[in-house]
Design a protein around this ligand. Structure first.
Ligand code: 5GP
Ligand code: MN
Length: 314
């Protein structure tokens, strides 16, 4: 907090392939710093997916090429458990480490000069809310952005991390004017017809193993090009696989770009999938984790990860 207090020109970076918490944490921290009269800008390697854009001001988060050459005295990384998660935004660090890392992943590698990681916090946006409470008034714009992060990382208050504190903070943010309906509509009701076709293809791949306790499905680069989709459209697919009766561990393999396969891992009650993800070079939470594999295609990724998941279930 003291380090942030002395900062004047701040760059806030979130992880590539951003989710609602990455966007909410970056935009929220930028707003707080600007309210304090500082210069601050956010950056996310792939930019903000279009369906989130109605929820936040467009000058809050840029892509790395838009801020190349700008000078900052402080760089903060949020919601990211390791440096690689920043994707192309790593270049803005010019080989150095972020000054501050704010995160909630148990697997955080402590890659900043100062690291604050609270694995008991359901969302990084909740940590940013606590910073806001200490420093600035939480107006409707800030409330909306922080509720985005909290709502999405708790599966809209369905996951095991939705404790009374989360609901109390959400209530406070709604009292300040944030709209859950706007967030739910933007995130959940902006699917594309092509995305539905991709979902149909993915559902066709779903395979059960370990006596029905493991389920996995995949999206190959060919499936993406056949349906005219990007990996963004596969967001949330792993939830469909996890929703199967009797499944404890769900895996989704997404090949994009060709030669890289992102694996999403989920569990329902007892398998710690973050341990599997770390073994494969990634990270995350006990019930939701991910990793990126450099393999020729989904087949190789399936062959590598499925046996590890079966072992974890034994
Ligand atoms: P998702 O499967 O939705 O992409 O991610 C689930 C969780 O795992 C999130 O908390 C996300 O930050 C983390 N995660 C996903 N992919 C990676 C990865 O490649 N590396 C690391 N360290 N964490 C990841
Ligand atoms: Mn998060």
């Amino acid at each position: 907090m003291d380090r942030l207090g002395s900062a004047q020109r701040v760059l806030v970076i979130g992880h590539a392939s951003p989710d609602g918490d990455a966007i909410g944490s970056v935009a929220g921290l930028v707003l707080i710093l600007r309210k304090q009269g500082k210069k601050a800008v956010g950056c996310i390697a792939d930019g903000v997916p279009w369906f989130y854009r109605s929820l936040l001001g467009e000058d809050l988060i840029r892509t790395p090429d838009q801020i190349e050459g700008a000078v900052f005295d402080t760089v903060v990384a949020v919601d990211s458990s390791d440096l690689a998660r920043l994707g192309d935004a790593q270049a803005l660090l010019r080989g150095g480490a972020p000054d501050i890392v704010l995160d909630h992943h148990r697997t955080n590698r402590g890659f900043g000069r100062l690291n604050y990681c609270d694995p008991d916090s359901p969302a990084t946006a909740l940590i940013v809310y606590e910073i806001a409470q200490a420093l600035v008034p939480v107006d409707v714009e800030l409330a909306q952005i922080l509720l985005l992060g909290i709502a999405t990382d708790t599966g809209f208050f369905k996951y095991g991390n939705s404790d009374h504190r989360v609901l109390e903070v959400a209530t406070e943010l709604v009292k300040r004017g944030a709209s859950l309906q706007r967030i739910a509509s933007a995130v959940l009701e902006n699917k594309t017809p092509n995305g539905l076709k991709l979902l149909a293809k993915m559902l066709d791949t779903v395979t059960l193993a370990a006596d029905g306790k493991l389920a996995y499905g995949w999206v190959s680069a060919a499936m993406l090009s056949e349906t005219g989709c990007t990996q963004q459209e596969a967001e949330g697919f792993v939830g469909e696989v996890r929703a199967l009766h009797g499944v404890e561990v769900a895996l989704l393999f997404v090949e994009s770009p060709p030669g890289e396969v992102h694996v999403s891992l989920r569990s329902k009650s007892h398998v710690d999938v973050s341990e599997i993800a770390v073994e494969l070079g990634g990270g995350g939470h006990p019930r939701a984790a991910g990793c990126l594999l450099k393999v020729p295609g989904v087949r190789e990724a399936v062959q590598e990860v499925v046996p590890i998941a079966i072992r974890a279930l034994q």
